[in-house]
Design a protein around this ligand. Structure first.
Ligand SMILES: *Cc1c(COP(=O)(O)O)cnc(C)c1O
Length: 347
């Protein structure tokens, strides 16, 4: 495989593994809209089993999986309570408003966590009042886009609160298996504290396409209908599901390696406090840092790295993010550090 650049922008840049390409080429397929694609059926069953849910549904993307969970559980004018930093709020192009007519109640977070008192205050207490919207859903994200893993006592506290008011919880688990690899709970234990959960196969797990939404049988059946509405009923989707099966069976086990490599990069960068100020210690496959006293601007650093075939995103609010994944080797990580140092020393 040609590997002439080091791509640290995201774990979504991962190509399928050679084993995935082989499995895709030989996958048994059928028409999934008829329900007879054996590979899709196997993938959905495997995901339901791993997540401890009654049923699962293959979706084109994480965004589609999240939106199907909302479409299946939220009526027009209903409210969803969630973090103001969540993917559903920031990165899904207003889909919850467009597709479900949902009203998003966005709460601030500290270290990624909503304040539980504020969460309880935000829940609508009088749905029978004709003035009052109904709180239909609480959404969480684990791991979150800032690379944090939700503590298990926070998860159980939100669960207890949701139960008190009979509100379902949807978990955006785009990186659920990173939370599993980096934290104290298994994916199944985390999923047991929520009603529906969306997982991405196409991030650190290397599948080219796809997500799964898992949950109670009736919710998933409704989501399947909503998926058709979105044009997401795909035909011989087993070609994609074949890669998804390997994502769950093989890639899931190795995410801890990505976390170790992120940790290594973090430790190396910490040796240059005159140039880099590290954010919190990595919990998953992401390292965040700022420049401090570096002889070049953020934009210049970004460009100089790109000239040397090392890709990272431009700084977001002065914070750079480096993401490790299957296609980033230890040698690539060492190359990143060497290159940063040589740029720093080049004045
Ligand atoms: C990537 C991601 C998604 C879904 O992304 P798609 O690009 O639509 O697959 C959802 N939530 C979070 C937190 C993500 O990081």
């Amino acid at each position: 495989m040609m590997h002439n650049r080091i791509d640290l922008r995201s774990d979504t840049v991962t190509w399928p593994t050679p084993a995935m390409r082989e499995a895709m080429a030989s996958a048994p397929v059928g028409d999934d809209v008829y329900g007879d694609d054996p590979t899709v059926n196997e993938l959905e069953a495997a995901a339901a089993d791993i997540l401890g849910k009654e049923s699962a549904l293959f979706a084109a993307s994480g965004t589609m999986g999240n939106q199907l969970a909302i479409m299946a559980q939220v009526n027009r004018g209903d409210e969803i309570i969630l973090s103001e930093r969540s993917h559903i709020v920031v990165h899904e192009a207003g889909a919850a408003a467009i597709l479900s007519g949902a009203q998003l109640r966005c709460l601030p977070v500290q270290n990624g966590l909503m304040d539980l008192t504020q969460l309880e205050q935000t829940i609508r207490k009088h749905p029978e009042d004709i003035h009052s919207p109904r709180t239909a859903l609480i959404c969480l994200e684990n791991a979150d886009s800032d690379g944090r893993i939700l503590p298990s006592d926070y998860l159980s506290a939100v669960r207890a609160l949701a139960d008190r008011y009979s509100i379902p919880i949807h978990l955006d688990g785009a990186r659920l298996f990173n939370a599993e690899a980096g934290g104290s709970l298994t994916a199944k234990e985390i999923a047991s504290m929520v009603d529906t959960v969306q997982i991405c196969l196409s991030k650190g797990l290397c599948a080219p396409v796809g997500s799964l939404l898992a949950g109670p049988r009736d919710v998933i059946a409704l989501a399947r209908r909503k998926r058709k509405i979105l044009g997401g009923g795909m035909r011989q989707a087993g070609i994609l599901a074949a890669a998804g099966l390997l994502a769950l069976q093989e890639q899931r086990q190795r995410l801890a390696d990505d976390h170790d490599l992120a940790r290594w990069i973090y430790d190396e960068l910490s040796r240059y406090p005159k140039w880099f100020r590290l954010e919190a210690e990595p919990e998953i496959n992401m390292v965040f840092f700022r420049l401090t006293g570096f002889p070049f601007s953020e934009q210049e650093l970004f460009e100089k790295l790109a000239e040397r075939n090392i890709l990272i995103n431009e700084a977001d609010d002065h914070v750079f993010r480096v993401v490790t994944h299957y296609w980033v080797t230890k040698e690539d990580a060492a190359q990143l550090i060497r290159t940063l140092v040589s740029i720093g020393e080049s004045v």
